[in-house]
Design a protein around this ligand. Structure first.
Ligand SMILES: Cc1ncc(COP(=O)(O)O)c(C=O)c1O
Length: 276
């Protein structure tokens, strides 16, 4: 599962060849990365299937909803039965297919997007390219302004990557700031007025959630303690604990906001000693 976190495409050359080598199905979560590309190919088109959220402030938004992209017909029928029931399943799953008999009920739930939301996203789609271009300009300016600021490492982008810049994730290096904890750095940043700066919260290593650690109380069919140990993915844990996240605006008119944020970060970083 490639998750193009914060809109930065994963190294799809590496993941595609890894999946091929190990005969794994490659899936993509493009929820942060609508329109992002790797080697000029859109994220979401490398794997067998990809899922995109259209929720809230995503690069492409329907306010709520999402979609799946796949060119695998068998998987598509299962996706249909997961999200829909009755008419669309009956219309699209051939009556001779072994899954067709489930068409009326699907998997028992109706998870499809509200049609008005889908219409909203479709209209937004016409603006996506402009927004992506705007975000590129703004993100490049922010990265350049933060280059060399102690304790703050802008992402090191491979040439193949064209991000969607859902956010600008910065690597926080406390050792360069006298060990100042990231939470204290964030507090100072918020006090400077950079109120949309954030630490990733729920976007964390998934296996640490109670759903995977102790599912029994919620889903009696599952036993607790069967999953990965909470510290089982140290690299993911490190990424989560050291990421500071800034918003990226998609209009050049908002460049003054981007500048205000990078100025605030530079100020806090250069006064880190005073915060100890
Ligand atoms: C990476 C990622 N995948 C999936 C989702 C789920 O999206 P939704 O809320 O539309 O179900 C989110 C939610 O923000 C997300 O950040």
């Amino acid at each position: 599962m490639a998750v193009h976190l914060w809109g930065l495409p994963e190294d799809m050359d590496a993941l595609v060849s890894f999946a091929e080598e190990h005969e794994l199905m490659l899936l993509e979560d493009g929820s942060h990365a609508h329109g992002a590309t790797w080697n000029h190919q859109r994220t979401g088109t490398f794997g067998t299937a990809s899922a995109f959220s259209l929720n809230g402030p995503k690069p492409l938004s329907a306010c709520e909803g999402g979609f799946v992209a796949t060119d695998d017909t068998e998987l598509y029928y299962r996706v249909l039965l997961h999200g829909q029931y009755n008419k669309r399943c009956r219309r699209e799953i051939p009556s001779t297919h072994p899954l067709a008999r489930f068409a009326v009920t699907g998997m028992g739930l109706k998870l499809r997007i509200h049609p008005l939301a889908a219409a909203l996203a479709r209209t937004q789609l016409t603006r996506l390219e402009d927004h992506l271009t705007g975000r590129q300009v703004v993100a490049a300016r922010m990265c350049a302004a933060l280059d060399g600021v102690p304790g703050i490492q802008p992402p090191d982008l491979p040439l193949a990557a064209r991000p969607a810049w859902y956010a600008l994730p910065l690597r926080y290096e406390p050792a360069e700031l006298g060990g100042l904890p990231i939470e204290q750095f964030l507090d100072a940043l918020l006090a400077e007025g950079a109120t949309e700066a954030d630490l990733p919260g729920s976007t964390c290593p998934l296996h640490t959630h109670p759903l995977f650690q102790t599912p029994q109380a919620l889903l009696p069919g599952y036993a607790d303690g069967q999953g990965q140990p909470a510290d089982g993915f140290p690299a993911a844990g490190y990424m989560h604990a050291t990421t500071l996240k800034l918003p990226v605006w998609h209009h050049e008119d908002d460049i003054h906001l981007a500048d205000a944020y990078t100025t605030a970060i530079t100020k806090v970083a250069t006064h880190a000693k005073d915060l100890q």
